[in-house]
Design a protein around this ligand. Structure first.
Ligand SMILES: *Cc1c(COP(=O)(O)O)cnc(C)c1O
Length: 566
């Protein structure tokens, strides 16, 4: 029997595209870096960068500040080296007995070792090539997949120290992976991190330097920051998707848009059935369109009759069974102004009204990772540099002289007060703080913390029975604070485009003790209304985790997000 290797990719299409916005990738690296603080970023680009194209994504990520690249397989790592990414450290961690370790050494790839046989294989390859190996030791701190237990690590240490002393290997650091970092407040995450810290400590005391350790994935970065490790390994966040939608808008911009050119439109009579087994019948005379993308290209067939496709800014329902090569869209009786060749958006960043990969995942009860990785078949990938949309344009690191975005678990009232005091340090006269969140979420307590941090006079109480209270500066020439109840001020005006003006007019009309421009204005609720008035505002969202009484806050600076909108 003979085995031979063939092509693994279907012939690319001239009508079905995955368009990857490299500006979004760069932007998202910046967002991840803000969460990471002093910890550096290893961009995880496995699985062809989650379907985004590993070579271009890697180059963009490195240019945007990532310092290393993380791959699952040797082949992925090798592809990057062969593409001319010669300087960046590249690590791979999923390899087997058939992996050509000698080639990996020649290509100066870093190897993760998760089992003793792998160490043996590396040492043999080092002997054969005379090239010393750069190793990361993979520990199982609680993921329950590959890696050494802490006991095995301690047992292995003498051997590793010997190999390091002989110059055959350099142990750069330790890595481990979190099992439950996307569950806010799950103590397993802290326990795992502590496990890695203890192991690093043991290793260092045995004489290893271990100066490139990493544990965090995207979810851990979002909820725990860099955790004091030298590196973090975000994947999904780089592609602009949050693994924890319950944290709200974190300023991530999805980088991948999947779209296809409409093949044809046709009148479709009432009562007629569409596609296999006539899962859908036209309730009235209508017009349908064919979109050339099917399950062979990565649309999950379970999305049948649930999808919506966006064409020329309008959403149209997909109808009838999803086929191998195509879907059918109901345009309605007037045909929706759609003609052949129009671009039909399957999913993207939502800026054209289209669904997102997260929406798709929610429709069929999976995770967005699976949705983006499934894009393939005959899809042709292409790249663009499209500035991130205005509402999100706030987040490049330079645009934030005021301070980073963040997330904080709030277990006690004191936690909330303390967060307010810390945020106050970022504020100056003329700034607006928008406190968003349900009644009882802790907005007034946070406002009190801010007032304490600013050092203004008077005690902050709920503004519910007045429209606004002003607090004079605590020191002459200092900053004051105006505490506003936007629920009352803007009652019924939520969707009114003039609500922001109305708010300022109302505030001006009030006889406040301090000038607005000399104060920090803290507005309870008013999200989407107040930001459009001011150069920049700090938006703080207070929320409860679903299914528990755990609270958390997220915050981010928004720079006049509506300036460029019509
Ligand atoms: C995939 C992967 C990551 C990245 O995880 P995200 O959830 O996408 O951030 C990090 N580390 C390892 C070992 C991985 O396999």
């Amino acid at each position: 029997m003979t085995l031979y290797t063939g092509e693994t990719i279907l012939t690319p299409s001239t009508q079905l595209f995955a368009t990857v916005n490299l500006d979004a990738i760069a932007h998202n690296i910046g967002v991840m870096q803000r969460f990471a603080g002093d910890t550096q970023i290893m961009a995880v680009v496995k699985a062809d960068a989650y379907g985004h194209g590993a070579i271009e994504v890697s180059k963009t990520a490195l240019a945007a500040g990532a310092v290393e690249l993380g791959c699952a397989t040797y082949e992925e790592a090798m592809q990057l080296r062969n593409a001319g990414i010669v300087d960046a450290p590249i690590l791979f961690w999923m390899w087997g007995p058939s992996t050509p370790v000698e080639e990996a050494l020649r290509a100066n790839l870093m190897i993760a070792v998760a089992a003793e046989w792998q160490l043996d294989a590396v040492l043999a390859a080092v002997k054969n090539t005379g090239i010393s190996a750069s190793l990361t030791i993979k520990l199982d701190t609680g993921m329950g997949r590959s890696g050494f237990t802490s006991h095995q690590w301690n047992t292995l240490l003498p051997r590793l120290c010997e190999a390091e002393a002989s110059g055959m290997v350099h142990i750069r650091g330790l890595m481990a992976h979190f099992s439950s970092a996307d569950e806010l407040g799950n103590p397993v995450t802290d326990r795992q991190a502590e496990g890695l810290r203890v192991a690093i400590d043991h290793g260092r005391r045995a004489g290893l330097r271990l100066d490139h350790n990493h544990h965090a994935n995207t979810a851990a970065l979002l909820t725990h920051g860099g955790m004091g490790f030298e590196l973090a390994r975000p994947g999904l966040g780089i592609y602009g998707i949050s693994p924890m939608p319950e944290l709200g808008d974190l300023d991530l911009v999805p980088a991948l848009t999947w779209s296809a050119a409409v093949t044809l439109t046709k009148p479709f009579p009432a009562g007629a059935g569409v596609s296999y087994n006539h899962d859908w019948h036209a309730p009235a005379d209508t017009v349908t369109a064919i979109v050339p993308c099917g399950y062979a290209d990565g649309i999950d067939r379970r999305l049948t009759n649930q999808l919506e496709v966006t064409i020329n800014g309008k959403r149209f329902p997909e109808v009838g069974r999803i086929s191998m090569d195509q879907i059918v869209v109901n345009l309605g009786d007037d045909g929706g102004g759609v003609s052949q060749g129009d671009e039909a958006f399957l999913f993207g960043d939502g800026s054209r009204g289209e669904l997102t990969a997260l929406d798709w995942a929610n429709l069929i009860g999976t995770i967005p990772y699976e949705v983006i990785c499934a894009v393939g078949g005959r899809t042709t990938r292409r790249y663009e540099h499209r500035p991130v949309t205005p509402t999100r344009a706030s987040s490049s690191a330079e645009a934030h002289p005021a301070g980073p975005a963040g997330l904080r678990k709030l277990s006690t009232v004191e936690d909330t007060l303390q967060l307010g005091r810390e945020l106050a340090a970022q504020l100056r006269a003329g700034d607006v703080v928008v406190l968003d969140g349900a009644l009882g979420a802790g907005k007034t307590v946070l406002a009190r913390g801010i007032s304490e941090g600013l050092g203004v006079q008077g005690r902050v109480t709920s503004p519910t029975f007045v429209i606004a209270r002003s607090h004079r500066p605590g020191t002459p020439g200092g900053v004051g604070m105006v505490h506003v109840d936007a629920y009352r001020l803007l009652d019924g005006m939520e969707d009114d485009p003039n609500a922001g003006e109305a708010l300022l007019d109302e505030l001006d009309a009030l006889d406040l003790d301090t000038e607005l421009t000399d104060s920090v204005v803290v507005v309870e609720w008013g999200g989407g209304v107040v930001e459009r008035l001011v150069e920049r505002s700090l938006v703080v969202t207070l929320a409860r985790s679903p299914g528990s009484d755990k609270r958390h806050a997220t915050w981010r600076w928004v720079d006049d997000p509506y300036r460029e909108l019509p």
